[in-house]
Design a protein around this ligand. Structure first.
Ligand code: ADP
Length: 542
């Protein structure tokens, strides 16, 4: 017997409809590329999202076509979030921090039809547009007056001219909730970049789960500042969960330095902020220098990399701000665990509480997780046994876009590439990473890519890239090199060899010459051993 309840697909358009109707005056504040502060409301965003939908229809863009963005966090980007997905197209948020060649590869792979970009990224678009073979429309996120006359980009239009003339009346289409809504490439693992292709259903369920009290605890009383970019897993889903709860949104635009972020928190009475540790490191530094205090900030979600205990302590003890340490992945929309205390922890002393808080947190309803040993057998949740971490749930990927990288699931579970313990209370702690990547300032560097570039140098016989702890960036890559017999190359020459071949921040900080790299029985480089050999190594300070 079926239940007799209404069946309604979970669609992203319903979020902006809800926000307009129930929180029409809710504020959306953006620091713009133009330098000023822009203010509007959910009502404005809803109307303009519908104008975007009409503009896409006018272009005869098909259902499911990809609309790419190269943009900071801001209200126009938010309008695209709702207008593109709401009308049945797929929003593809490109990462402007990648090398132009990677952007070209990704845009062609996803077959983007339209590219909307902030003027900051005009130089990137100039460099790539001729090679992005599927993009037919280029739209600069500015008004007509700010459009450069001689960009060299064919048919370039301003966003305001493109959507401004369209009606704000539009009936959102109804379709299957499993329809693709947005996509995000991750260059984390080896091989080509791979895209997580989110659906309307996965996005709404993720927003719902992440808004709950033991997740991000979002409400209409919050003023939310996503410092995490909208091109990083949809700013961890915050644009959706904010619309779902009617929270005020505050967007930092391109200004991510400590002072700009702090000033925005104070001026917009931000109660809840989200970002990677590097961002908070810069902001805390700015605050400590100036003896500054927060007047409204209550909590901050920190993830993307392990949050250092000192940062949790600084927020908590010095500033009275609760840190929600969270763990997730692009492949998980991204939220998997959030560290909030249970009743039993409340009576504990500060040190005991800290021991819980430094963990990555408890699974939220919807995400199931397990740790396994080398044979694939499940390990106990005793807080000691560590193994490969696998997850499953309705906002975890089943496979990558276009089947890239083959079938990722193992008996229905997604292997995260992280190594973890889980304690009897269900708190996850990431202890290591089995995937061969380095995370610097919240962005991935593939060790294989670094090694391949080094190996292309005629004097290099073998190269191994490993991550070294860094106080600001969390990790920085160094490349360990074995020279070919009789060949010579200096550190400076080899570092120079990387120039132009990869994004600047992906170039290793140092080259370490060594006689031999330890190899395993199958000839694989043994990086664990290599790391042990280099345990006293110090990164260059400059
Ligand atoms: P995001 O950084 O937005 O969470 P990515 O897909 O770029 O998503 O990175 C996911 C990976 O980042 C995880 O598999 C893990 O290796 C690492 N990571 C994310 N959050 C944490 C955390 N809190 N502690 C340690 N590592 C983390």
């Amino acid at each position: 017997m079926l239940g007799l309840m209404q069946s309604q697909p979970l669609l992203i358009s319903s979020l902006i409809d809800f926000a307009e109707r129930h929180h029409g005056e809710g504020e959306i504040v953006s620091r713009r590329v133009e330098g000023d502060i822009h203010r509007c409301t959910y009502r404005d965003i809803a109307g303009r999202s519908r104008q975007v939908a009409n503009a896409l229809d006018a272009m005869k863009l098909a259902f499911g076509d990809r609309v790419a963005t190269l943009a900071w966090n801001g209200y126009r980007h938010l309008e695209l979030y709702f207008g593109v997905s709401g009308s049945g197209r797929v929003l593809h948020t490109l990462n402007p921090r990648l090398h132009p060649d990677q952007i070209v590869w990704i845009a062609n792979h996803s077959e983007d039809q339209v590219l909307c970009f902030d003027m900051t990224f005009l130089p990137i678009v100039k460099a790539v547009h001729a090679r992005c073979t599927t993009i037919k429309h280029f739209i600069a996120l500015c008004d007509a007056a700010s459009l450069p006359a001689d960009s060299g980009i064919p048919g370039l239009q301003s966003y305001e001219a493109w959507m401004g003339g369209q009606a704000s009346k539009y009936t959102w289409p109804e379709f299957d909730e499993n329809t693709a809504s947005s996509m995000c490439y991750t260059s984390g693992t080896t091989g080509n970049p791979k895209a997580a292709l989110y659906s309307h259903r996965s996005t709404i369920l993720h927003a719902w789960a992440s808004a709950m009290p033991d997740s991000l605890n979002m409400s209409a009383r919050d003023s939310v500042l996503p410092v995490v970019p909208m091109f990083h897993v949809n700013a961890w889903g915050l644009p959706y969960s904010a619309a779902m709860t009617g929270a005020k949104m505050v967007f930092p635009g391109p200004a991510m330095d400590g002072k700009s972020i702090f000033d925005l928190i104070e001026s917009e009475k931000v109660t809840f902020a989200a970002g990677v540790p590097t961002v908070w490191q810069m902001m805390l530094g700015h605050m400590q220098q100036g003896g500054l205090r927060f007047s409204t900030l209550k909590r901050t979600v920190i993830g993307g990399s392990a949050c250092p205990p000192a940062m949790i302590a600084a927020f908590n003890d010095d500033y009275g701000v609760e840190v929600l340490h969270a763990w997730g992945m692009t492949e998980m929309s991204p939220l998997g665990t959030v560290c909030t205390l249970k009743n039993k922890h409340l009576a504990m002393d500060a040190n005991q509480k800290m021991a819980v808080r430094i963990k990555q947190g408890r699974g939220i309803y919807g995400v199931d997780m397990k740790i396994i040993d080398e044979q694939g057998d499940e390990l106990p949740w005793d807080g000691k046994a560590y193994g490969d971490l696998l997850v499953k749930g309705p906002w975890v990927i089943r496979e990558y876009f276009k089947g890239e990288g083959g079938a990722p699931l193992v008996n229905g579970w997604f292997p995260t590439g992280d190594v973890a313990t889980i304690d009897p209370d269900g708190y996850l702690q990431i202890t290591d990473r089995s995937k061969d990547v380095i995370k610097s300032g919240g962005e991935w560097i593939s060790s294989i890519d670094v090694e391949n570039i080094a190996m292309a140098h005629p004097a290099v016989a073998m190269a191994a890239c490993i991550g070294m702890k860094h106080p600001k960036w969390d990790e920085r890559p160094v490349v360990v090199v074995v020279k070919k017999p009789g060949a010579e190359v200096s550190r400076e020459e080899l570092l120079g060899f990387f120039e132009g071949k990869t994004a600047k921040w992906q170039i290793p900080d140092d080259v370490i010459f060594i006689d031999a790299i330890p190899l395993g029985a199958t000839g694989k480089m043994q990086k664990v051993k290599l790391r042990e050999t280099l345990k006293d190594y110090q990164l260059p300070t400059a």
